[in-house]
Design a protein around this ligand. Structure first.
Ligand SMILES: Cc1ncc(COP(=O)(O)O)c(C=O)c1O
Ligand SMILES: N[C@@H](CCOP(=O)(O)O)C(=O)O
Length: 465
């Protein structure tokens, strides 16, 4: 499989090169040249497979000849062996037609583990074959950081720098990152919000001398390998509910748009998904766009679902590129205008086409707590605040007759303060994290200033040279 940039000016690459490159040289995002397609018979043949086997088969067309299938299979087995549920991504019915797809049984208790546990093995495999090492830079609003650090800590060919917005993650999320003491890990608490962290990472990629000198790579969902590894769980859930014979809908709590884009990719590959419900907190740029064709930037506000406190949803560029008929020039122009003006609207026919697939939904903090309390009361199920937004979206927007798969993106124990407000008790952390509050933290703080952050990253990456 070859990959092309959404902005059309970067050279095409294979999967291994895309994995290592992260972002395309022209600032665009890599996309597969075409979507692999599974026939109904091929979908049926995936039913009942252990998750690791299903994941390997769904990802195989994206990986192509870059990695042998047997190696991919072995890496999927190793990646998912450590998950605490035998089904890896169990599906739990919570109401008539509403199913939680639990994506939080990995080591850091969030859906990011599904892709990043595998990414750790993929980086190691590709770098061992080619030689050399990379420095990964990542931005987090809480969950990507710990999942990436967990996957990369102690690996010999990788350094990892994670930027989080100071004071804007939950304490559990911060400690999951900052208590890891492996020498190849650096945490930076940035004085800013998630968008500032993400901009900092993109600025590092735009700085060609820096990018080249430290062999910069990415673990955010700007890296297509992340998206590819998030697609299989939508196959698994839809098959469990009767696909390909039965159509389903999905409701996805959304920030950077990677997870819902993975669901949309599953549809392009043949999974019958009739509707994509995009669920936001008060940072509602996506639901505003879907309601009124107005994507205008507003300051990022803090909420009880901090991982979704995101202003610019990077992966929307990928969707835009698709709905613009893969016209890279038009995509590049639209993104440049958005960057310059903070506003985006698309041609009416394009917007209507997007709305045929996607519905937006927004929930306040108060209503999020009410949804956590309701689900606990009615189904004895403790949903974290992000998942609760997805559940409320499913209740409000479910298309008639379609079961809705709600992406349960994090474990409630990551957000004890919000859960206590909703139901009056604090959920316990699983045993492997029970000492988290006693462990020593290690991180540096930095102003929202590119030159200072760049200095920190360069010194860290060059420390052994
Ligand atoms: C718990 C949780 N829910 C939802 C999201 C939003 O996912 P995405 O950024 O893929 O839209 C995130 C962050 O990515 C998250 O950590
Ligand atoms: N919500 C994420 C932010 C980045 O999303 P990603 O999927 O692009 O890595 C987080 O919790 O860190």
């Amino acid at each position: 499989m070859r990959y092309v940039s959404t902005r059309g000016q970067a050279e095409g690459k294979d999967f291994a090169d895309v994995l290592l490159a992260g972002l395309a040289d022209d600032g665009g995002l890599y996309m597969p040249e075409s979507w692999p397609r599974f026939s109904a018979a091929e979908l049926r043949a995936l039913r009942g497979l252990p998750y690791a086997e299903l994941a390997a088969r769904v990802m195989a067309p994206f990986v192509g000849e870059a990695i042998d299938f047997a190696d991919l299979q072995a890496m999927c087995r190793r990646a998912y062996a450590g998950f605490s549920h035998p089904a890896v991504v169990p599906l739990v019915q919570l109401d008539t037609g509403i199913f939680a797809l639990e994506l939080f049984h990995g080591p850091t208790l969030a859906f990011k583990d599904l892709a990043l546990q595998l990414a750790g093995h993929l980086f190691e495999h590709v770098l061992a074959a080619r030689g050399g090492r990379v420095c990964i830079a990542g931005a987090t609003s809480g969950d990507t950081g710990s999942a990436a650090i967990e996957a990369m800590a102690g690996r010999s060919r990788v350094d990892i720098v994670i930027l989080h917005p100071e004071g804007r993650t939950s304490e559990v999320q911060r400690r999951q990152m900052t208590t890891v003491t492996a020498p190849n890990v650096m945490n930076i608490a940035l004085k800013g919000n998630f968008d500032d962290c993400q901009d900092m990472v993109k600025a590092m990629f735009a700085d060609v001398p820096l990018r080249t000198a430290i062999s910069l790579s990415a673990v955010n969902s700007i890296n297509f390998a992340r998206i590819a590894a998030q697609i299989p769980y939508y196959f698994a859930a839809a098959l469990a509910l009767g696909a390909p014979e039965r159509e389903v809908a999905v409701a996805v709590p959304t920030g950077n748009f990677g997870n819902v884009l993975a669901a949309w990719a599953a549809k392009q590959m043949g999974v019958p998904i009739g509707k994509f419900i995009v669920a936001s907190n008060r940072n509602d740029i996506l639901s505003r766009f879907l309601a009124s064709n107005d994507m205008s930037l507003r300051p990022v506000e803090e909420s009880l679902s901090p991982s979704m406190d995101i202003g610019v949803s990077s992966n929307f560029e990928r969707l835009l590129h698709e709905f613009l008929g893969r016209d890279a020039q038009a995509t590049a122009r639209t993104m440049a205008d958005f960057r310059a003006t903070g506003k985006m609207s698309v041609a009416e026919d394009v917007w209507r086409a997007i709305r045929r697939d996607f519905t937006g939904f927004r929930l306040s903090d108060e209503a999020t707590l009410a949804e956590v309390a309701r689900t606990w009361r009615e189904a004895q199920y403790l949903a974290d605040p992000h998942t609760a937004i997805g559940l409320a979206a499913a209740r409000a927007c479910a298309p008639v007759g379609l079961p809705v798969i709600v992406a349960a993106t994090a474990h409630p124990a990551k957000f004890p303060d919000a859960i206590e407000k909703a139901v009056g008790f604090r959920p316990a952390l699983p045993p492997h994290l029970s000492g988290l509050y006693e462990r020593q933290e290690r991180y540096v703080t930095a102003p929202n200033d590119f030159e200072q952050v760049k200095g920190l990253v360069r010194n860290f990456a060059n420390r052994n040279i």
